[in-house]
Design a protein around this ligand. Structure first.
Ligand code: NAD
Length: 514
């Protein structure tokens, strides 16, 4: 299968200049050195080259950052929530002003096409607006007491320092989901971004510091520490960090979760997905093809919600697969910053090797592979691939694994129960979808014995969630919820208050004592 090349790649020097411009525009004064000078490289998947290097945060500096956040918490927790909201409102304004600058950096570091990078920054703006509204709605319940002259209620209080660990593929939005909500809840934040995306983190830090200065909040409300997993472990193990909100692979969650819980810290895990869509005989195939191609090939298959498994009724499988393959053939692959590109690069060579390995295994399992070949755009260190569609004879062990690349495995079914069982058999439980015009099938998919995922969509793809809903998944995806709805409750502690306004002392459950 051949897919169009649409662009030649920019030079690495050109990309460096764009980074400098964008960082200057957002007000970052961070020092960037040349390749080889410091231990933390900032690379771009566009050319696969190292752009700059930075010094990784030392344990002493991380300790100081956590101490600063802990100190800021002592005043921030009693700052009225709507006043805290003013900081997030200002951050939102700065994000509007610098949307294009930040999106440029997202494209350069994560390889997202411009439209998706702008969408990621828009998501930050959206969550800021949500959080500002929330700052006047942090409500508790009043509950009927069984005792006369008593009132029972719940109050919600700030937790403390929130440690935020993020993945490369949403380098800025996930920080903002956590930070905007944590800040209005009265918490302070220390962020450990992916070691693959340090530049976007510098830009976000510059913006939050500007916002803090503008509204008179202490800069300690939001700090950043940079480096690899060892720097992240400093947050994981630090008893001053009340909540660790960690986004990344299942492997990372398996390491982080038990360590935080061992010290009785709170943990919020947003881990890998292995998302499926069921296509029923009644589906609107035009709509389904568009949704499937965006969900499976968009972001070069590097979203946690990327569509990885297609479970198609056998009566429509041949037609659907041939339409998806035809659509894939017309996808422009290339420089993600160039107009018209729809599929950018994989993040690095390891991701490419994993894709190649998965496709080899798929063939060994009897799968029929369409696409998946590498596109040589003139830079050996960059990894551009055609998205792959693989018709599998069955859902093998391979299909149970998340390969973070654009591979769509297609299986067929004859009975909806069988399709739902296939949807649910994988260990991950993030996102899922059904394409149907039959209301019974749609409702069955969303029922208690339907999809077991945190997201169950009807007639839209598995990716591209709105911030208003709670985002997250079950099973190996970690069970955490972030973003909208009542996800804020994970960032606060609950106190139950019983108030006796009578002059008697009746005990609960009718107990008499003395
Ligand atoms: P990753 O697990 O390699 O790294 C994620 C982050 O965790 C990085 O900042 C890394 O330095 C840190 N880390 C890794 N091990 C750690 C440890 N033991 N202690 C502390 N920190 C540690 O993930 P990635 O390759 O950057 O991102 C891709 C993965 O993230 C995919 O599995 C994807 O599905 C998942 N993801 C999930 C969501 C979600 O909301 N569910 C969102 C985005 C990405």
């Amino acid at each position: 299968m051949t897919t169009m090349h649409t662009t030649t790649l920019p030079t690495t020097d050109d990309v460096r200049a764009r980074v400098r411009d964008a960082l200057r525009a957002v007000g970052s004064t961070a020092e960037l050195a040349g390749p080889g000078e410091y231990g933390l490289p900032a690379s771009t998947p566009i050319t696969g080259e190292v752009l700059f290097t930075m010094a990784a945060t030392t344990p002493e500096q991380a300790d100081a950052a956590i101490a600063e956040a802990a100190q800021a918490f002592t005043t921030w927790r009693t700052t009225p929530a709507p006043v805290r909201g003013a900081l997030v409102a200002r951050l939102g304004e700065l994000l509007v002003e610098h949307k294009a600058d930040l999106a440029t950096l997202v494209t350069i570091e994560a390889g997202k096409i411009t439209s998706e990078a702008l969408g990621e920054v828009q998501e930050m703006i959206d969550i800021c607006q949500f959080a500002v509204g929330l700052s006047r709605q942090l409500y508790g319940k009043t509950i009927a007491s069984e005792r006369p002259g008593h009132r029972l209620m719940e109050t919600w209080h700030p937790l403390g320092v929130v440690g935020v660990i993020t993945a490369f593929n949403f380098p800025v939005a996930v920080w903002s989901w956590n930070t905007a909500i944590a800040l209005v809840c009265g918490d302070t934040v220390v962020w450990k971004p992916s070691e693959l995306t340090p530049l976007t983190a510098l830009a976000c830090q510059a913006l939050i510091e500007r916002a803090a200065d503008d509204v008179g909040a202490p800069r300690g409300v939001s700090r950043v520490i940079q480096g690899d997993r060892e720097v992240g472990e400093l947050l994981v193990d630090d008893p001053r960090v009340a909540l660790v909100s960690a986004t990344g692979s299942v492997r990372m969650g398996q390491q982080v979760g038990p360590r935080v819980m061992a010290r009785f810290g709170k943990v919020l895990l947003e881990l890998g997905g292995n998302n499926a869509a069921i296509v029923t005989p009644s589906a609107d195939l035009d709509l389904a093809v568009r949704a499937i191609v965006f969900s499976a090939a968009g972001t070069a298959g590097q979203r946690c919600t990327t569509l990885r498994r297609l479970i198609v009724h056998s009566s429509v499988a041949d037609e659907l697969v041939s339409r998806i393959v035809a659509a894939y053939r017309s996808l422009p692959i290339g420089d993600p910053s160039a107009e018209g590109t729809l599929v950018g690069p994989l993040i690095h060579e390891t991701a490419y090797r994993e894709m190649v390995g998965a496709l080899e295994q798929a063939r060994a399992d009897g799968g029929e592979v369409f696409g998946g070949e590498r596109h040589d755009l003139g830079d050996e260190s960059a990894f551009y691939v055609a998205p792959a569609v693989v018709r599998m004879p069955a859902q093998t062990e391979l299909v149970h694994t998340e390969t973070f690349a654009p591979i769509l495995y297609v299986m067929t079914y004859d009975d909806l129960d069988e399709a739902i069982a296939l949807n649910n058999t994988v260990p991950q439980g993030l996102s899922s979808a059904i394409f149907t015009t039959d209301i019974r099938e749609a409702e069955r998919f969303m029922a208690a014995d339907g999809s077991d995922c945190g997201i169950a969509n009807v007639n839209i793809g598995t990716s591209g969630a709105e911030i208003g809903g709670a985002f997250g998944g079950e099973k190996h995806t970690g069970g955490g919820r972030e973003s909208g709805s009542d996800a804020w409750k994970a960032y606060m502690r609950r106190a139950t208050n019983t108030i006796n306004y009578s002059s008697d002392l009746p005990l609960a459950q009718g107990v008499h004592f003395g």
